[in-house]
Design a protein around this ligand. Structure first.
Ligand SMILES: Nc1ncnc2c1ncn2[C@@H]1O[C@H](COP(=O)(O)OP(=O)(O)OP(=O)(O)O)[C@@H](O)[C@H]1O
Ligand SMILES: [Mg+2]
Length: 472
């Protein structure tokens, strides 16, 4: 069948039968995206679609033969409770909101070599062992390469059927024939639809591939995990519309040099986006880290610039070490380097520290790192960053360590209440950090501070504070 495509401008929506480098409508460059014209598709695809849905009157019939559908109140809509499939990986199930939902589409992103294929291989392996039908589609690696990895991961992973293929129609046919309960597409950027002329991974291709897989997965009740690449900046590669299309967006992150990997939900139609799971990459695959707080507290150096933060990872408290280094800068514009934190958050904390804590860092390079490759994305980390920088800048360790802290800093120098203080305090107590500097109203056992200045007075030796004030 002849290829029937059109080009649509992603900026102004203009449609054109041919590609232009510069949109004739809004004159933006490289915004025309190839799309299949609605209603036109390969014979195989339409046959698969009608088989999937059943050849009912609502299928591909003419508009005049379509029955009129009436809208119904929601209470009259029959809703069966969600039946989730446990993947056998507790941390993954928790981040998904309790397991994979049949018919759902999950997008798993992460930088190269972080362990996306390992995680999905393991999940399918567990599902296969529990008697479910599975399918692993690899567009990146040959079947032999995937087998070599599966050997590391154990006997379950070796039971998973593999299809090393990049042609979308062949993959859709395989999903239709195998009827898996769970399927992994590794990766969505490598599949290619013959209906479009764009290269694999182009915006039009990725959109077409994900759309067709979604149609089939929803009609068959297959849970699909689409593995996706991330850009150099760390965002998911491919069109943003992909994130809207899927039910769940998971991000797998961590430092390559460290074995810890963190899995987060950025979007979840079936659960909270607050949850995070922690793994360690080992010879036998990814191992869930259940005693992360104990490990991070034991590893904390407690040297000048080291502070233990009682953070929340979703509904779970986690103690992590925040380290700071403050050194005189030789640059006109001193460096601000962060790892595991938001860079803008550091800028804000430094400004508050200078203004309300009288600890200036204007002429110094400041480096802040959350140890272990963990990312802390919550306002409760402000106080730990401020104390770590203050302690590093004065060259003195925190008073009465081991101790921990948490709290958000306001622009007027106040220490603001943050969620779940009782869980943070309990976690700190459990791991031997008896004293916790925390905002007012955090509950029993906390060393409460109303302002940044109060917290600095509690944390740093009096002499060093005077020095800091003199230096400011
Ligand atoms: N024998 C081993 N022992 C421990 N870790 C290993 C071993 N072999 C591989 N790894 C780890 O597994 C990682 C590769 O995992 P995986 O192939 O799942 O990543 P990926 O995210 O799918 O990568 P890509 O983006 O290339 O597809 C390596 O970076 C390495 O850290
Ligand atoms: Mg991979």
């Amino acid at each position: 069948m002849a290829r029937e495509t059109a080009y649509t401008c992603s900026e102004c929506g203009l449609q054109s039968a041919q590609w232009h480098g510069k949109c004739p409508g809004c004159e933006a460059w490289n915004t025309l995206i190839e799309e299949r014209v609605a209603g036109v598709g390969s014979a195989r695809a339409s046959a698969r679609r009608s088989a999937g849905r059943g050849a009912g009157p609502g299928g591909s019939g003419a508009r005049s033969r379509r029955p009129t559908l009436a809208a119904r109140p929601l209470r009259e809509v029959g809703a069966t409770p969600l039946e989730r499939m446990a993947t056998g990986i507790g941390e993954l199930d928790r981040v998904l909101g309790g397991g994979l939902v049949p018919g759902s589409l999950v997008l798993l992103g992460g930088s190269p070599g972080i362990g996306k294929s390992t995680l999905t291989n393991m999940a399918l392996g567990h599902l296969a062992e529990s008697g479910r039908r599975t399918l692993y589609v690899s567009g990146e690696e040959s079947a032999e390469q995937v087998r070599l990895r599966a050997e590391r991961l154990g006997p379950g992973a070796l039971r998973v059927p593999i299809l090393a293929e990049t042609d979308l129609d062949t993959v859709l046919d395989a999903i239709a024939a195998e009827a898996p309960a769970a399927c992994v597409i590794d990766s969505v950027q490598t599949l290619h639809s013959g209906e479009l002329s764009g290269a694999p991974g182009s915006v039009g291709q990725v959109r077409e591939v994900a759309g067709q897989i979604m149609q089939l997965a929803k009609s068959r009740g297959t849970a699909v995990i689409l593995v996706g690449h991330v850009t150099k900046e760390g965002a998911l590669a491919g069109p943003r519309v992909l994130e809207h299309l899927v039910d769940c967006v998971l991000q797998f992150e961590g430092e390559r040099e460290r074995p810890y990997r963190e899995l987060r939900a950025l979007k979840n139609r079936f659960g909270s986006t607050n949850e995070a799971g922690l793994f360690e990459m080992r010879q036998g695959g990814l191992v869930e880290v259940l005693d992360a707080s104990a490990r991070f507290v034991a590893e904390a150096t407690r040297a000048p610039g080291s502070v233990v933060l009682a953070a929340m990872e979703g509904s779970r408290p986690l103690l992590v070490e925040v380290q700071a280094l403050v050194a005189p800068s030789e640059l006109e514009q001193p460096r601000r380097v962060v790892s595991g934190l938001d860079r803008n958050r550091l800028a804000l904390v430094l400004a508050i520290l200078g203004r309300h804590g009288r600890i200036g860092t204007g002429g110094s390079d400041v480096f802040v790192n959350v140890v272990g490759g963990v990312r802390v994305d919550e306002p409760g980390c402000d106080l730990a960053v401020a104390l770590a920088v203050a302690s590093a800048s004065r060259g003195v360790p925190l008073l009465r360590t081991p101790r921990a802290c948490f709290g958000e800093l306001g622009l007027t120098g106040e220490l603001r209440w943050v969620g779940h203080p009782e869980r943070r305090l309990a976690e700190a107590a459990k791991h031997g950090c008896g004293e916790v500097i925390a905002p007012v109203d955090s509950g029993g056992g906390a060393c409460e501070a109303a302002t940044l200045a109060d917290a600095l007075a509690l944390a740093l030796p009096a002499g060093s504070r005077a020095l800091a004030e003199a230096a400011a």
